[in-house]
Design a protein around this ligand. Sequence first.
Ligand SMILES: Nc1ncnc2c1ncn2[C@@H]1O[C@H](COP(=O)(O)OP(=O)(O)OP(=O)(O)O)[C@@H](O)[C@H]1O
Length: 328
Amino acid sequence: MSTPPGIPSAIRIRAVSKLFDDVIALDDVDLDVPAGQVHGLVGPNGAGKTTLLGLLLGLTAPTSGEGQVLDHQLGRTHAVPAGVAGFLDGPGLYPTLTARANLTSSLTLSGAANNDDRVDEILDAVGLSEVAHERVRGFSLGMRQRLGLAAAALAQPRLVVLDEPANGLDPAGKRRVHDLLNGLAEEGTTVILSSHRMDDVEALCSEVTILTAGRVGFTGPLAKLAAENDSLDYRLVTPDPMGARRIASAMHGIHLRDVDRTPGDDPAGDDAPGAAESLLLGATTTAALDELVARLVRDGIAVRELTPVMSPLEAAFLKLTDDQEHSQ
Ligand SMILES: Nc1ncnc2c1ncn2[C@@H]1O[C@H](COP(=O)(O)OP(=O)(O)OP(=O)(O)O)[C@@H](O)[C@H]1O
């Protein structure tokens, strides 16, 4: 998906390949990320995600192709390019310094004036105020992740590049990280993050790039991914599975997969009136699904639950990965 007219581009990469000896880590990659977007990068192990993030951070240069990251040409740089912040393989922190001292020293290193209020604010945002004066060497993985993110945000970057930012975080820590990243994006910062956690990517990102074996399998809005899926599977929970089956089987765009009784839904036994069963069905379009619900309701068949078995992102991820495995 190219950057819409009028919106500045944060990342514009064209035909980039990266080889490590005879290993093709990236193969003819194009990528456009407009300023202010939270963009997800997903793909199986070895797909080239870290290599791509490394290029954005100036850690390595492409073998061929070209690209612009903020105002810089893609290439190996001595330090992370101005305006860019982030980390690969966990944040670089000083274990013998306190959390607070890590942040103030990262400000000093970046040449910015010390700003106690901003440091306090950011420590609070990542939920580390209470341990601000403790040495980082005693911190858990999740606490280090949050402190690394705080250091990245403190630099007031225009682009944040993150590898698995929610790694090791408990649900509360994850929510704080999500809030911080969304806050950065609202202020106009572009965020690009790589993750194996599809739920994180779906919660945070408006657009996603799926890499398989170094190539871009899909890039664009998550909504487009959903629309492009041939068929998604849904679980329908209803007390009248036979009635629902009859209606679903007569409909275009709906495919019955199987019937299975939902565990724990029927404590009174199989013959209990109103016992709910779940029906697995595929829907080729959301319109077909809407029509199914309308018909069920019209026939007085209760719909207790209708949920996707797999998200569009997960489904696309698996399909692209399968296609790639079969083509090898
Ligand atoms: N420095 C390197 N030297 C040699 N090969 C490398 C190097 N870095 C990456 N590779 C290879 O390039 C390919 C892409 O690796 P990369 O780490 O970018 O994938 P990834 O998508 O980040 O994987 P993961 O999800 O496992 O972190 C892999 O085959 C990897 O072995």
